[in-house]
Design a binder for this molecule. Sequence first.
Ligand code: ARG
Length: 460
Amino acid sequence: MWGGRFADGPAAIMQQINASIDFDRRLYAQDIRGSQAHCRMLAAQGILSPADADAIVAGLDAVRAEIEAGTFPFSVAFEDIHMNVENRLSELIGEPAGRLHTARSRNDQVATDFRLWVRDAIDGMGQALTGLQAALIARAEEHAATVMPGFTHLQAAQPVTFGHHLLAYVEMIGRDRGRLADARRRLNECPLGSAALAGTSFPIDRAHTAAALGFERPMANSLDGVSDRDFALEFMSAAAICAVHLSRLAEELVVWTSAQFRFVRLSDAFTTGSSIMPQKRNPDAAELVRAKTGRVIGDLAALLIVMKGLPLAYSKDMQDDKEPVFEVADTMELSIAAMTGMIGDMTVNTQVMAAAAGAGFTTATDIADWCVRELKTPFRQAHHVAGRLVKLAEDQGCGLEDLSLAEMQTIEPRLTESARAVLSVASSVASRTSFGGTAPSRVKDAVAAARRRWLEGAQP
Ligand code: ARG
């Protein structure tokens, strides 16, 4: 492609480090789409004859068909997807192929292809996350009144409903979707026509190609157009945060399915056995979702480091932008699918959860709140009363609700039967009706609101 100046071909090792065709062939559809849009624009501007443009567009269709049929002769000698496609085009249609590269460069070509690819990846990930939200919302509805211990410091804190716990993840994933949507909005400007770095002397119409490729507008600065990869970094940042969310849910599944917890059981479809210990049912898929977060964060770090300190405009360093992005997209697709499968498929052990919900004096706050409400005790003092009740129950080796009224009155004589009533797990969760709280009645409303907002796209 640059034989005019070069007498020798590249060293083998040069070809190996320089060629990107083994991975950037994934951009073929975007590359062909971009070339066809460029070609039609050149014809509309009178830069290319209608006959040449028709030949090029049809030839590119034939190239695409070969790639999709698996018959395309990919070659490292042609370095990357752009030159592989163009070379094959010239084999297929001859001379007009050589006119396609008028008024563009591989620099704006790859920037355009990659934006189109990342835009699709964003859309795909957004859809997959909506599916995961749907699975979580369905289980939350089913378990709006299922009680479990809520934890802080992984110590039993206050009873919550399982539906409420699942809806917490629906919100996190909703923000992940929001970050992807924000990234998409900023990404959606077209670099094509930036040419090598400075723009071009041909009378091109950048708004034409931008519109043809579904972009909002052409990018305003040609140097910026060929040299930034912030759109890829934003995609990976949003993915990394999302992967962290998934890793927390994955970790909870690992804990919940353990013999010590037994809150949840995963089916044969999402577990493995042990070749030596017959009783084992290992939550491998959850563990791997937890693990893969590391790759996603690593890929983000890799591209941040590639970009750091690069002078304007294009540098070949930027060819290394693709593999991390591909890996992030693939990893997220797999992790989200596995998580959606596990959530839909898990069996919830409501009895074990209910028993655990009351263990560890989890309704101690309720008795303190009762003192504040009924006796007008200042909260700090009420906390002290509840603490002494916990100590009493602990000394007697029983739960708070097992203490008799007489025993309780040794600590606070004004306690009544109505104080004892707040000690049950059911009354504890039912009382937490504040907006965003865990009461079953609230969770039912929250399920409906989540469905409207996250699945039907209503404004919050
Ligand atoms: N394969 C290259 C990349 O992905 C295409 C751009 C090459 N541009 C250049 N000036 N050598 O970055």
